[in-house]
Write a protein that binds this ligand. Structure first.
Ligand code: PHE
Length: 350
């Protein structure tokens, strides 16, 4: 093997050993650089005769080209390897499950409220909505619960300064203020009719919403839901309340043999007053009496505060707990689960 073939072999071998671009460029300098072996050989031609220059020059050139080709090969190989590494690092696993946009759903208590609304709608009741920050007047005084009434102590809540019919100052403790708010609006609309001695259209309304009390355990939450009901007319009796509420409970629980019990109770704004208990004939709660609402005939003082004459207008009101109804319907035993915001619990209702 002549010197040049050996040189090509050495160069090729060194290029192969280079594992980085920098190594390769350093190796290149040894052969093709300004003072590399090939360049030295070229310089040596100067001393030769014209004939020899031609012959020797051609041979050196061949060797040079072979070395350059080896260099190009190695460069390409290193570039491929580098790309390979990069592709591996940036690899996408196309078999991974995609990111899904979670499909939201209604809160179980919202579902209950929608059900309540649908059932009462079908019985001719409107749905009304009112403020959660309420005035002392609507929450207590107008409901026959004056400032010194002992019933107020059972409705402790969060107060802010001020407070008048126009300036709300407490978080409402029940939805009963909606009895007055809705009735006053209704009466205003039919004032002329009433003053002319004619009958106004009956008030038939429910008002679901959030309510607040200083209360917290497995069955009480400082924020909870209530749904108020009010039916005022010329001839509305406790019998109507019983029929309506029985119909509601049987439809809501989809159980025809469910029975109701009206247990005497006290509320300042109704007289007489009752607590409504229900009993299932079958299922896990069969035989137990479960309290679901408070109710009663609207107190004459409250009818007066609605702007109506209690000698002419009479009716009933009820207040039930959608949270409680949801617990009974789905067999949930801790109210707080509804408000913890834990999706593992909430998603079960979708
Ligand atoms: N507001 C009462 C409560 O919070 C319930 C109720 C409403 C009672 C309407 C009678 C009539 O306990």
């Amino acid at each position: 093997m002549n010197e040049l073939d050996a040189l090509v072999q050495t160069a090729t071998a060194q290029f192969e050993q280079a594992t980085t671009v920098t190594d390769l460029e350093n190796a290149k300098a040894q052969f093709l650089g300004k003072s590399g072996r090939v360049t030295e050989l070229m310089k040596g031609l100067a001393k030769l005769s014209v004939e020899e220059k031609k012959a020797q020059g051609a041979v050196i050139n061949q060797a040079k080209q072979a070395i350059e080709a080896a260099l190009q090969n190695r460069r390409a190989a290193l570039a491929r390897a580098e790309l390979e590494i990069q592709l591996k690092a940036e690899a996408l696993d196309v078999t991974l499950p995609g990111r899904q946009a979670g499909i939201g759903g209604l809160h179980p208590v919202s579902r209950t409220i929608e059900r309540i609304e649908a059932i009462f709608n079908s019985m001719g009741f409107d749905v009304a909505d009112g403020p959660e920050i309420e005035s002392d007047w609507f929450n207590f005084t107008a409901l026959n619960t004056p400032a010194d009434h002992p019933a107020r102590s059972m409705h402790d809540t969060f107060y802010v300064e001020g407070g008048s019919a126009e300036a709300p100052n407490l978080l409402r403790t029940h939805t009963s203020p909606m009895q007055i708010r809705h009735a006053v609006q209704h009466v205003k609309k039919y004032r002329a009719l009433i003053d002319a001695g004619q009958d106004m259209p009956e008030i038939r309304v429910i008002a679901p919403g959030r309510t607040y009390r200083v209360d917290s355990d497995a069955t009480h939450s400082p924020m909870f839901h209530q749904c108020e009901g009010l039916w005022i007319g010329r001839n509305v009796s406790f019998k109507d309340l019983r029929v309506i509420f029985t119909e509601f409970c049987r439809t809501y629980f989809e159980s025809d043999d469910l029975v109701l019990r009206f247990r005497p109770s006290f509320f300042p704004f109704t007289e007489p007053s009752a607590e409504v208990d229900i009993q299932f004939a079958s299922g896990p709660l069969a035989g137990r009496w479960l309290e679901v609402a408070g109710c009663g005939q609207v107190h004459p003082n409250v009818v007066r505060n609605m702007g109506l004459d209690p000698e002419h207008y009479i009716g009933f009101a009820f207040g039930m707990g959608p949270d409680r109804l949801t617990m009974l319907r789905y067999g949930v035993n801790d109210l707080r689960l509804f408000f913890d915001g834990d999706l593992r619990f909430l998603s079960q209702f979708q």
